[in-house]
Design a protein around this ligand. Structure first.
Ligand code: 6R9
Length: 635
């Protein structure tokens, strides 16, 4: 039996049992058998969720880039490591082999050193999805610098806040970026941000769109000539297992963004292990995750997890709608993608379009489909299963967080039978529990509560950069001795987990706890509905009432609105009960979304409650204009 590659359900249960009974031995075997170390550990795990302090493989020394690059050179030197698919479909894909990637990372690492960057320094990366983005993460890791990637859709203010929070010495960016038919002036945004960032000493600029940009003398340098001059080899810095690898910001429910800090050995082992199992990865596969490396999904499952397994990972610069809504499927066909991993929001958007855009492509190379980022509703799940997977591809609904570093609850394809909208079972090493609001563990199945994890897994974030107290308060205080995820979940009769959404999305109506996700699921099943979001607003008698924001499909646009409202409420009554009926329904052209596709319920809640004066920061939204439209047509 191999702990590292689970192939059937019985094996899953055996491996899972072992991982819980003797977690140290379990992870130690994986660490020994599948990774290269400069020095072995003194202790596999020490932990204290009260302090909180978590250490995995303390005393070990390694460099993650040797595990992702150098060790593959003898056997996979000529294999494609990164398959870059540009924004422009006629632009030609680039196949970057492991040998080339190694060389580019080494040159880049030398450039960083020549610019005075060393171990422990923070480097902010603000790049579009071009190969230099992957190179720059790995170059930082090569020399022990801590990367902090900021998604290249964030504004100058969001960027400067993140640069200053971690005191980055350097920014890596590009002259601009492509986004569908548009170009974006990234360097202009960096220039604006840097007016408020006195700590930044240098800026490296990759050329992408070839426009004339301002280069600040003494501070800004074109990347390409520096790479050409640099040595093609760079010894990997020796890192301690618990040395920081990167910071990644995630928004909290209040206050400034939290810089989640991930460290080296545990993160490497866990992302590699979960990649291998959840995607049942095999040597000849072509794996594609459509996320942006600006999010944790891209860090763990475009860069580190796949490369640690010697995989071919597709990097896509474009958007799903350019040149048309068939682009994803065109790319799958073109590169014969075997695993495809995306977000429910993308699936819903694509499902709204003509099926012709799917059917004109040969998707027979696909073996496994994945989703991440939010609960997937039943309708989207079936569309994905029927039309993309042709009912042949298991769907892995992977639940995890920036804070968890890797997937925690997910089916293992061909082992765990899938169930629509369920993330199913915990991965080996993960010990979830459901808690009631009084802090009692809910035993047994057919129950629901707040999702906590009661034992550390290797890739849990170790702190919030510069604010350990906030780390403790946010994750370890609600239920002492447990990591609190902030999510609610239910456990069905066989022990499968279904994530019901953020706990703060629970609305109590007349004393009944209603999660927004199941109501939205019910509404979305109406044939005229494309997407919906439910929030609560204060109500004299019920405490809270429900307000639904609904996007119609094209076939619903001409329908009588009052009839539609009645039908929608009937759907809810049928699926959940009359208690969950909506008091107000507003048909909207779009929903305010974060750049990663999450609905900003905070804003919808304010609109529903008529608190229009204080909408908070909308600058990080993907589509801020939609907010004004919604306000204008408020019910
Ligand atoms: C990886 C990522 C984390 C939050 C998480 C939860 C939601 C993620 C989900 C899911 C239901 C899934 N979430 N995956 N909800 N089913 N499969 O998305 O990280 O951006 O930090 O978001 O996303 O609410 O707590 P992050």
């Amino acid at each position: 039996m191999s702990n590292y590659h689970i192939k059937h359900l019985e094996e899953y249960f055996q491996v899972y049992r072992k991982s819980v009974q003797d977690p140290k031995r379990f992870w130690e075997e994986i660490a020994e058998e599948h990774f290269v170390w400069k020095k072995k550990w003194n202790e596999v795990l020490s932990w204290d969720f009260e302090k909180p302090e978590i250490k995995w493989f303390d005393g070990a020394q390694l460099n993650i880039t040797e595990n992702c690059l150098d060790r593959h050179l003898p056997s996979r030197g000529n294999k494609t490591a990164i398959l870059f698919e540009p924004n422009d479909p006629s632009g030609g894909a680039q196949h970057i082999t492991y040998r080339e990637l190694h060389e580019r990372v080494c040159r880049f690492a030398n450039v960083l050193k020549n610019q005075g960057i060393g171990k422990g320094d923070r480097v902010c990366i603000y790049l579009p999805m071009i190969p230099e983005l992957a190179f720059s993460l790995l170059a930082c890791a090569r020399i022990g610098a801590i990367h902090s990637v900021v998604f290249a859709g964030f504004s100058a203010t969001a960027l400067s806040t993140r640069i200053n929070d971690c005191d980055a010495k350097m920014v890596i960016t590009s002259d601009g970026s492509y986004r569908g038919a548009k170009t974006i002036d990234l360097k202009g945004i960096v220039d604006e941000a840097l007016q408020d960032c006195p700590g930044v000493q240098s800026v490296l600029v990759a050329k992408r769109i070839n426009t004339d940009i301002h280069m600040e003398a003494g501070r800004d340098h074109w990347l390409q000539p520096l790479l050409e001059e640099a040595y093609a080899d760079c010894a990997a810095e020796i890192m301690e297992a618990e040395d920081p690898l990167f910071i990644l910001y995630t928004s909290g429910s209040t206050g400034k963004p939290k810089g989640m800090l991930h460290t080296t050995a545990g993160y490497m082992i866990y992302t590699a292990y979960t990649f291998k199992n959840v995607f049942q990865y095999r040597e000849e596969d072509i794996y594609w995750c459509s996320a942006d490396i600006g999010w944790i999904t891209g860090h763990s499952y475009i860069v580190y997890g796949p490369l640690a397994n010697g995989a071919t990972t597709v990097m896509f610069e474009g958007v799903p709608s350019y040149p048309d809504f068939g682009r994803f499927w065109e790319v799958v066909e073109k590169h014969k993608v075997t695993q495809f991993y995306t977000a429910p929001t993308a699936i819903r958007a694509l499902a709204k379009e003509s099926l012709d855009l799917v059917e004109r492509h040969d998707l027979s190379s696909l073996k496994i489909l994945g989703t991440v980022g939010e609960p997937i509703n039943e309708e989207a799940w079936h569309w994905y299963n029927d039309h993309i997977g042709n009912k042949q591809c298991p769907i892995v609904d992977t639940w995890w967080q920036t804070e968890t570093g890797g997937m925690l609850i997910s089916p293992i394809p061909f082992s765990t039978p899938t169930k629509p909208t369920y993330a199913t079972l915990p991965l080996p090493g993960v010990q979830p529990v459901l808690m009631d609001e009084h802090g009692k563990i809910l035993k047994g199945n057919q129950t629901d509560g707040r999702l906590c994890i009661q034992f550390p897994w290797p890739s849990i974030a170790r702190t919030i950069w510069g604010n350990h107290q906030r780390y403790k308060e946010t994750y370890f205080s609600a239920f002492p001795g447990m990591y609190f995820t902030g999510d609610g979940a239910l456990r069905d009769e066989v022990g499968y987990y279904r994530i019901t959404g953020r706990v703060d999305d629970v609305i109590i109506v007349s004393g009944h706890n209603l999660g927004t996700a199941p109501i939205e699921d019910a509404i979305n099943e109406h044939p005229a509905v494309a997407e919906s979001a439910i929030v609560g607003f204060p109500h004299d008698i019920k405490g809270n009432a429900l307000y639904g924001f609904v996007i119609l499909k094209e076939n619903g646009e001409d329908r009588d609105r009052d009839n539609l409202k009645k039908e929608i409420n009937q759907m809810i009554t049928d699926h959940i009960g009359p208690i969950a009926k909506l008091d107000k329904i507003q048909f909207v052209p779009g929903l305010p979304k974060t750049r990663s596709g999450k609905i900003m319920r905070r804003i919808l809640r304010k609109i529903a409650s008529n608190e229009l004066g204080n909408l908070g920061d909308t600058s990080t939204l993907l589509n801020p204009e939609v907010v004004d439209q919604i306000i204008e047509e408020r019910q």
